[in-house]
Design a protein around this ligand. Structure first.
Ligand code: FES
Ligand code: FES
Length: 160
């Protein structure tokens, strides 16, 4: 089947079987380097994208569901102010992420902050359940989410 979607702001047409995983389309057809497929079961987050605005595992999305969708990967998201806020928070904690988990971690943080202006630990832990990264302490991720939330509130409302 032929599908069309928006990828990082540009239109993409792909001819593919209807059940092809979106993660494979992004890797193989669109040559997106930030999407990885460590489990192909929706458990590890290495294939995370923003799918119509929400963080989602692209390995669980079949091609036919991607028709007319709006997809943003880390490549597109890295051009936004939100990306720079998250990276600043990571730098302040002295933490770096590897290629395998970077996209999933950053896009999940963004997705949390789109839902909660001041997320609590339970909301953050919930969003990160099943994360692939065994090397970054979840306490650091919680710190990064809270710091980024603070930067956003200051920018948007001029308050703490
Ligand atoms: S490859 Fe998609 S969640 Fe692991
Ligand atoms: S820093 Fe990427 S998997 Fe841990």
């Amino acid at each position: 089947m032929k599908i069309n979607f928006s990828l990082n702001g540009r239109n993409v047409d792909v001819e593919t079987p209807s059940e092809t995983r979106l993660s494979d389309i992004l890797k193989d057809n669109a040559k997106i380097g930030s999407v990885h497929t460590a489990c192909n079961k929706g458990e590890c987050r290495s294939c995370t994208i923003l799918f119509n605005g929400d963080a989602a595992a692209s390995c669980l999305i079949p091609a036919f569901e991607a028709r007319s969708s709006e997809i943003v990967t880390l490549e597109g998201f890295s051009k936004t102010d939100d990306y720079h806020d998250i990276m600043q928070a990571f730098e302040e904690t002295g933490t770096t992420l590897c290629d395998l988990c970077r996209g999933g971690t950053i896009l999940t943080i963004y997705s949390i902050l789109e839902r909660f202006a001041e997320p609590d630990e339970g909301q953050i832990l919930d969003a990160f359940r099943g994360s692939i990264c065994p090397c970054t302490n979840i306490r650091i991720i919680i710190q990064v989410v809270k710091k980024t939330a603070l930067y956003r509130r200051r920018k948007r409302f001029g308050r703490k």
